[in-house]
Design a binder for this molecule. Structure first.
Ligand code: ZN
Length: 240
């Protein structure tokens, strides 16, 4: 059932990180009704919930048309994902980075599960567009972030649910500095400040110290990538 109202609505996969916060602003600039979905499955749950709430409050305050467009915020519990992560399987193991550069909390195919649940929710909510922050430009090597993976899954979901969902990945071909530039285009310095202050990217699930680019341990691959992208964004800004 595709109708004009579902064509103007979107569901954003929203973890409370830099990428998904930028995707939320992107969707709010394009669609008339925007709902968000986050997934709860492990130890980062509390900090992500807090980030999501603060980012949503901040974006609502930033632009009145964004406040008008923001609809429900959903959280889906998928505890099975936590059960099959390696730290849960070997309980004495601390969270650490593997030789492949992925944290041992990594769950193979996690984005396939997220997008499938998001599509099932979008189906129920009468929403056509699904927006995710997957990116293969500076990605940490997750094969489920690749453009080819997302396109194949979009085809499988549309066949399996008999709907014409459109999965959008506005960050797919951007590096982290470009993602900061996109946020600035969408919401100016106000959005940049909000994302720096309240988004959570660190794999270790800690707020840690406040760096120029935001909070985090400063050491894990997610923090390193965010710091590098921020430095490149700032140095390009100051040279123009
Ligand atoms: Zn970190």
């Amino acid at each position: 059932m595709t109708n004009s109202s579902s064509d103007r609505s979107a569901l954003v996969l929203f973890s409370g990180g830099q990428d998904s916060a930028t995707c939320l602003a992107w969707a709010l600039s394009r669609f008339e009704r925007v709902e968000t979905v986050g997934f709860s499955y492990g130890q980062r749950h509390a900090i992500e919930l807090d980030s999501r709430a603060k980012l949503i409050d901040g974006m609502t305050a930033l632009r009145t048309e964004w406040a008008d467009r923001l609809g429900e915020s959903h959280t889906l519990d998928i505890p099975t994902l936590g059960v099959i992560s390696e730290t849960a399987l070997t309980r004495e193991t601390a969270i650490e980075m593997g030789e492949d550069g992925l944290p041992n909390t990594f769950v193979p195919g996690r984005n396939l599960v997220f997008l499938t649940f998001a599509a099932a929710l979008a189906y129920r909510r009468g929403i056509t567009h699904i927006v995710g922050g997957m990116c293969e430009t500076d990605y940490s090597g997750y094969p489920d972030c690749r453009d080819e993976t997302i396109k194949a899954l979009n085809g499988a979901i549309n066949l399996g649910m008999a709907r014409a969902f459109e999965i959008h990945t506005p960050l797919m071909w951007l590096d982290k500095a470009d993602t900061w530039r996109l946020a600035e285009e969408l919401g100016g310095k106000g959005l940049i400040d909000l994302i720096v202050e309240h988004s959570h990217t660190c794999y270790l699930g800690e707020r840690g110290a406040r760096h120029a680019w935001g909070y985090g341990c400063g050491e894990c691959p997610a923090c390193s990538l965010r710091a590098r992208g921020w430095n490149s964004y700032i140095s390009a800004e100051s040279s123009t």
